[in-house]
Write a protein that binds this ligand. Structure first.
Ligand code: CTP
Ligand code: MG
Length: 240
């Protein structure tokens, strides 16, 4: 059985004023509830650990209860000041005997179960770290940083065909993920901090091999207000 960590402790600043993002509503239920349900739909997932906003552990427990997510083992721990810390705190609540761990953003409420299953299958098949990803629609340019308000000079244009936009759930051999998080914590304590925005990035940083499996357009992250409009539309289409 795989276990999943759901980092849900972010404030959702880019979404604008309101409740913490994971608790914002989509089709009558909080984003977090959708995300946990999406994981729980997979027969491969037996345990889900939610890293809640530190002040919101009791509230999140109540929400998960009232939305009828029983049947699976669902636990809630207090998250941290960064996504990385929230994942680390969630990981600490997963039993050592667990071989496969998924990390899934609460902010990706609509990930299809096929993506969850494909990630687990790739870890079972031998990969130490697996990310679902999709090709990019836009051309991407690297720019040189300049003071705000000035036009940014373009450095170059990476070949789009070799680029992927990465989603979650990302899947790992539990031991691998625990080790890279411990190393990152130690490096931070020494004053360094690797600039990584996802868990697979930590595996890469310490020399591990990450592989990509196909993601899904509906696994997009709710980041800005427009994403919430899109999520409502996708949900309405599913329910039609
Ligand atoms: N996250 C977390 N703990 C933090 C920060 C983020 O658990 N201290 C979680 C968020 O709740 C979210 C996921 O990490 O489910 C992805 O992060 P992001 O989309 O950046 O969410 P927020 O950090 O909440 O949003 P913003 O960056 O706009 O403030
Ligand atoms: Mg953030």
């Amino acid at each position: 059985m795989a276990a999943a960590v759901v980092p849900a402790a972010g404030r959702g600043e880019r979404l604008g004023p309101g409740a913490p993002k994971a608790l914002r509503e989509l089709g009558g239920a909080p984003l977090l509830v959708h995300a946990v349900r999406a994981l729980a739909r997979s027969r491969a997932v037996g345990l889900v650990v939610v890293a809640a906003p530190p002040q919101g552990v009791a509230e999140v427990l109540g929400l998960l209860d009232s939305h009828g997510l029983d049947g699976k083992d669902i636990r809630v721990v207090a998250g941290g000041a960064t996504r990385q810390e929230s994942v680390r705190l969630g990981l600490a609540a997963i039993p050592d005997a667990t071989e496969i761990v998924l990390v899934h953003d609460a902010a990706r409420p609509l990930v299809p179960v096929e993506v969850v299953d494909a990630v687990v299958a790739a870890v079972r098949a031998g990969a130490e770290a697996v990310v679902p990803a999709v090709p990019l629609a836009d051309t991407v340019k690297r720019v040189r940083p300049v003071p705000a308000g000035e036009p940014e000079p373009v450095l170059d244009t990476p070949d789009r065909a070799s680029l992927r936009a990465v989603q979650t759930p990302q899947g790992f051999r539990r031991q691998v993920l625990v080790e890279v998080h411990a190393k990152a914590l130690a490096e931070e304590a020494e004053g360094g901090s690797p600039v990584v925005t996802d868990d697979a990035g930590l595996v890469e940083h310490y020399g591990g091999q990450v592989v990509v499996v196909p993601g899904h357009e509906e696994a997009f992250k709710v980041t800005r207000p427009l994403d919430l409009v899109l999520a409502e539309a996708v949900l309405a289409r599913r329910r039609a």
